[in-house]
Ligand binder design. Structure first.
Ligand code: IPD
Ligand code: CA
Ligand code: CA
Length: 259
C-alpha cells in the first residue's frame, strides 16, 4: 500500500506544480460539450504527468481519466483521475481548484488524494486509516442543529427531464434560510465537508473522477455519503449527498421534498 500511496502523492504533487506554474498566466482554453464546459491545455499537461507517473510504476493497472477517457486492463486496480477539478475557476484565475486521484481495488476505494496547490492543502485518505489534511487527522463537523448548518452545492450544465431541476432543490434549501456556497470544485466541496468547514454537500450529475478521492476522504473523516435515496453510493452514480452524518436525514428529506 505504501508504494501505491507514494505514487499517488507524487503524481498529485507534480500535477500541482504544473497548475501553479500556469495559474494566472497564459494558456489555451477550449470548450467541450457546451460553451461553458471548459478544458485548458493545463488540464492536458496535468493529466499527462499523472498518467505517466502511474503508468511507469503500474503499467498493468486500469485508468479512467477525465480528458483521456478509459484505459482499461484486466487488473483489480483502477485509478480515477481529475487533472484539474475546478477548471472554470482555474481559467478565470480563481484560486479554487485541485488535482483529484482515487484508487479502487476490486471496485472498493482504497486510497484518495485531493491537492489544492493554491492553498497548499493536501487531503489524503486510506481505507480504514482515517483522513488527513497536510498530515494532520481531520474529521467532519459535530453540528447536529440543521438550522445552523453551512452547506455547499454545485449545478450541472445539463440534466435529464426525468430529474427535478436542480434550482428547485436549491430553492428549498435557500428557503430554509441556510448559508449555501458554490465553490466550483466538487472534489474540494467533499474535502471541505470532511474537514468540517461545511456540514453538507449535494450535487447532481458528477462523474467518477470528480468524486472518487473525496468520497473516501469524507468516509474516513467520519462523514456519511449516499445517493438521494439514502442508499449506499458508488462513484459511478449521478446523485451525491455527503454530510457530517448528523444532518443527513434532514438534507435527504429536503432533496426528496418529503418535509
Ligand atoms: C466540475 C466541478 C464543478 C461541478 C461540475 C464538474 P471540472 O469539474 O467539479 O464543481 O459542479 O459538475 O464538472 O469540469 O472542473 O473538472
Ligand atoms: Ca471535475
Ligand atoms: Ca477536470
Amino acid at each position: 500500500m505504501n508504494e501505491l500511496k507514494e505514487t499517488m502523492l507524487l503524481a498529485a504533487e507534480e500535477a500541482g506544480k504544473i497548475i501553479l506554474q500556469y495559474f494566472n498566466g497564459a494558456f489555451e482554453i477550449r470548450n467541450k460539450d457546451g460553451i461553458n464546459n471548459l478544458v485548458t491545455e493545463v488540464d492536458m499537461f496535468s493529466e499527462k504527468v499523472i498518467i505517466d507517473i502511474i503508468r511507469d510504476k503500474y503499467p498493468e493497472h486500469s485508468i479512467i481519466s477525465e480528458e483521456t477517457g478509459a484505459m482499461m486492463h484486466s487488473s483489480d486496480y483502477q485509478w480515477l483521475i481529475d487533472p484539474i477539478d475546478g477548471t472554470v475557476n482555474f481559467a478565470h484565475s480563481i484560486p479554487i481548484c485541485c488535482v483529484s486521484i482515487g484508487l479502487l481495488y476490486q471496485n472498493e476505494l482504497i486510497l484518495g488524494v485531493v491537492y489544492n496547490p493554491m492553498m497548499n492543502e493536501k487531503f489524503v485518505a486510506e481505507r480504514g486509516k482515517g483522513a488527513t489534511l497536510n498530515g494532520r487527522p481531520i474529521s467532519v463537523s459535530k453540528k447536529s442543529d440543521f438550522r445552523k448548518a453551512c452547506l455547499v452545492t454545485g449545478f450541472p450544465y445539463a440534466w435529464p427531464d426525468s430529474y427535478e431541476h436542480p434550482i428547485r432543490v436549491f430553492e428549498r434549501f435557500i428557503l430554509e434560510g441556510l448559508p449555501i456556497r458554490r465553490l466550483g470544485s466538487a472534489a474540494l466541496d467533499l474535502c471541505w465537508v470532511a474537514c468540517g468547514r461545511f456540514d453538507g454537500f449535494w450535487e447532481y450529475n458528477l462523474s467518477s473522477w470528480d468524486v472518487a478521492a473525496g468520497y473516501l476522504i469524507v468516509q474516513e473523516a467520519g462523514g456519511n455519503i449516499t445517493n438521494f435515496e439514502g442508499a449506499r453510493y458508488n462513484v459511478f452514480e449521478k446523485q451525491t449527498l455527503a454530510t457530517n452524518g448528523l444532518i443527513h436525514d434532514e438534507m435527504l428529506s429536503i432533496i426528496r421534498h418529503r418535509k
